[in-house]
Ligand binder design. Structure first.
Ligand SMILES: NC(=O)c1ccc[n+]([C@@H]2O[C@H](COP(=O)([O-])OP(=O)(O)OC[C@H]3O[C@@H](n4cnc5c(N)ncnc54)[C@H](O)[C@@H]3O)[C@@H](O)[C@H]2O)c1
Length: 416
């Protein structure tokens, strides 16, 4: 395919070269700092990137003098320009308390140039933004620059410097976000000639979040590892042994299990152990009270659900009913349950709250005689068959309740 690549920096140069030499695409590159790119090619391109010098030996990349030349050549144009942060936010010094977004000036300029060229040439192109951006950036900064000739795709890369080429050739998965799935077809085609790794297709907003969530989940693992190290140093335990043992728990701990948006802890021991550990963290005077903050986060997140339920109750004039009291589906186990915590918080706010669980009180009638704001407290499978009274609101933090005529069903944090 005819491909354009704008931004031939640490990420862009190796990737553009790989698409050209290894996937057989006809790639043309463009960078505002052409002299640096030419120097890189003439000097053999040692950027500390494994395999990059070999790619350069295969021949240089065609370089455009203008963005218009790129657009004239390409059907798919990748943009991988920098989205920098102020030096104080790079992690090398304690970050200012006043946090900041990345800077998007380079990105908006590149996208503006591409869109203008596509309009001038009346040429339909797919514009693939690769640069890292926080969720909402494409809508806020880029959408207004688009025109009828340009289809936007957000497809960031999960690569580490030093192994850019290997990671590009064999990624864990390829992420692509677009307004419609068919917008992704040309990008799937581009990558299809490079590898057969799985493609995860989603919306632009979700792709933006997945990119940064990937890195921040890694940060969370690092912080947990270091918390355990500090506890080990202060209690005589051995942090490598602790983490080696946890790493054997590939079903529950080192796995996607529990990594879901929704209610709860999924086990009576989870909240109580967390709260006890937050006491230990205080007693040991850990450098940061991560465990205490996690215990507070658990309550704050339940409180956020309570806010949501209250807002709907105020808006509709309905009372709140929590469906499900157990801490896990298809069970009557309620100790430490998040549904009970939610009921507690709502009652503390002087709300009238019902609580019903078909496993806990199998003989009781379902509270479906009149409309309520129902909060699904436990993911019991049978709730999907309930015929809610017309006018009800169903708040579903688990994302599994189907739509029902005459009922407002909100699968919290989900778009479908
Ligand atoms: N380097 C990595 O390993 C890596 C990994 C994942 C994501 N990213 C993301 O990819 C993006 C690019 O990162 P990088 O490390 O390659 O940055 P970089 O600074 O090394 O390269 C960016 C290049 O874009 C060029 N450029 C800037 N504005 C331009 C414009 N309007 N038109 C044409 N060229 C322009 C610059 O001259 C530079 O050569 C960033 O958003 C970064 O966060 C980088």
């Amino acid at each position: 395919m005819n491909v354009g690549w704008i931004g031939l920096g640490k990420l862009g140069a190796p990737c553009a070269m790989a698409l050209h030499h290894l996937a057989g695409h006809d790639v043309i590159g463009y960078d505002i700092d052409r002299a640096r790119v030419e120097r890189m090619f003439s000097e053999g391109g040692d950027q500390g990137e494994q395999g990059f010098a070999d790619l350069i030996d295969s021949g240089p990349l065609k370089l455009a003098h203008t963005v218009a030349e790129v657009v004239a050549h390409a059907d798919v144009v990748f943009v991988a320009v920098q989205t920098p942060h102020a030096p104080a936010y790079g992690g090398e010094a304690p970050a200012p308390y006043d946090r900041r977004d990345f800077e998007y000036g380079f990105l908006t300029q590149a996208v503006r140039d591409v869109c203008r060229a596509a309009a001038q040439q009346a040429k339909a192109i797919t514009l693939v933004v690769v640069s890292t951006a926080l969720p909402g950036t494409c809508n806020k900064h880029l959408r207004g620059l688009l025109n009828a000739h340009v289809t936007l795709v957000y497809s960031p890369l999960f690569i580490a410097m030093g192994t850019t080429i290997a990671d590009f050739l064999e990624p864990e998965f390829v992420l692509m976000g677009a307004d419609r799935p068919e917008h992704l077809t040309p990008v799937v085609e581009v990558y299809g000639q490079l590898h057969d790794r799985p493609v995860f297709k989603t919306s632009i907003e979700s792709a933006e979040l997945i990119k940064v969530a990937y890195n921040t989940v890694i940060s969370a693992k690092v912080v947990i590892g270091n918390t355990l190290m500090e506890i080990c140093e202060k209690t005589g335990a051995d942090c490598d042994q602790v983490i080696d043992a946890l790493s054997l728990a590939t079903e529950r701990v080192i796995s996607p299990k529990y990594l879901r948006g929704g209610m709860g802890d999924g086990g009576a021991c989870h909240p109580r152990d967390l709260i006890a550990m937050s006491w230990l963290a205080q007693r040991l005077e850990l450098s940061y009270d991560l465990l205490g903050q996690m215990a507070y986060a658990r309550e704050a997140q339940s409180g956020w659900l309570a806010d949501l339920a209250e807002r709907w109750a105020d808006q509709t004039g309905l009372d709140i009913y929590i469906l499900g009291e157990a801490y896990k589906p298809s069970s009557a186990l309620t100790a430490g349950s998040p549904a009970r915590l939610l009921a507690h918080q709502l009652r503390d706010r002087q709300r009238q709250v019902g609580l019903y669980d078909p496993f806990v009180e199998p003989k009781r009638h379902r509270p479906l005689d009149k409309p309520h704001v129902y909060v699904i407290g436990t993911k019991h499978p049978q709730f999907v068959d309930y015929a809610f009274p017309a006018g009800s609101v169903v708040l579903d933090p688990h994302g599994y309740m189907p739509d029902q005529t005459g009922v407002t069903v909100i699968r919290i944090g989900r778009k479908s």
